[in-house]
Design a protein around this ligand. Sequence first.
Ligand SMILES: NC(=O)c1ccc[n+]([C@@H]2O[C@H](COP(=O)([O-])OP(=O)(O)OC[C@H]3O[C@@H](n4cnc5c(N)ncnc54)[C@H](OP(=O)(O)O)[C@@H]3O)[C@@H](O)[C@H]2O)c1
Length: 270
Amino acid sequence: MAVSNSTSSPHPIPILYPLQDRVAIVTGASRGIGRGIALHLASLGAKVLINYTSNSAEAEHVAAQINTTSLSQLPRAVTFQADISDLAQVKSLFNAAESSFNSPVDILVNSAGVVDSKYPTLANTTTEDFDTMFSINTRGAFFCCREAANRIKRGVGGRIICLTTSTVASLRPRFAAYTASKAAVESMVKILAKELKGTGITANCVAPGPVATDMFFTGDRADAAEKAAAECPLSRLGQVEDVAPTVGFLASDAGEWVNGQIIRVNGGYV
Ligand SMILES: NC(=O)c1ccc[n+]([C@@H]2O[C@H](COP(=O)([O-])OP(=O)(O)OC[C@H]3O[C@@H](n4cnc5c(N)ncnc54)[C@H](OP(=O)(O)O)[C@@H]3O)[C@@H](O)[C@H]2O)c1
C-alpha cells in the first residue's frame, strides 16, 4: 500500500509504490533490458504489459514472476505478442493493455530493438540489414511513440521512454546503421516532448552503454565484455539492473521535470 507524504514533516515519508495503479507497456520485455525494466516497474507498483515478438515462454515467465508476487487476485502483468515494426500490431498492443487493465495506458517504455550481429563497417552493411534495423528500431519506435502520444492518459503521470544507445555519443566504428537508427529516435523524442505541451506527458530517451544481455553477446564478440569493462571508469560491463532504475525514476512523478532529454546510462565510458 502507498504511504502518502506528510505535509507537516520536514522529512517526507518515501512513497513505497510510486507507480501504483499506473498501466505500463514495455516492448521487448521478454529478455534483456526490457525484462529488467518490466520487473522494476512492477516492483514500483505498475501494472505491466510484457511485449515480445517470438519468445512467448520467456515473456510468460516474466509475467509469472510479477503475478506470483502480487497481493491482488487480478494479474498485474500480461503478455502480448506484437512486432513493433507493424502498425496494426502496435495498435493491437495498446488495445490489449487498455482492455487487460481496464484503463488507458500511462507509461510506454519502448525497449524492443535489434543490432546487426555481424558488426559490419558501413561499407559492408547490406541494404537488407540496414532496412531491418530502421524498420524495428526507428519505424517501430515511431509507431509506438505515435500511438502513445495519441492514447496515453492526459493530466498527470503520462510517460514515454525510448531505449536508444550511448553509441550515438561514442560513434563507434561498425555500428553506423544501428547508431543512425537510434539517433533518429533521439531527435524524434526530443521534438515529441515539446509537441506534448499541455498534456502532462513527458518524453525522454534512456541511452545505455554496453549491457550484458543477449544483444551484447550476439555474434562473434569473444573479448567484447573485457574491452567494454576496460573502457569503463567503473571497470565493468553494465548490467540490466544498472539501467532499470533510471527508467523507473523517469516513469515516476518525481521524474516529471526531466523532459525531452537523452539520459546516457553507461558508467561513464562516454
Ligand atoms: N545490450 C546492450 O548493450 C545495449 C546497449 C545500448 C542500447 N541497447 C538497447 O536497449 C534495448 C534492449 O536491448 P537488449 O540488450 O535488452 O536486447 P535483447 O536482449 O536482444 O532483447 C531484445 C528484446 O526485443 C524484442 N524484440 C526484438 N524485435 C522486436 C520486434 N520487432 N517487436 C517487438 N519486440 C521485439 C525481443 O523479443 P523476443 O524475445 O520475442 O525475441 C526481446 O524481448 C534495445 O533497444 C537496444 O538497442 C542495448
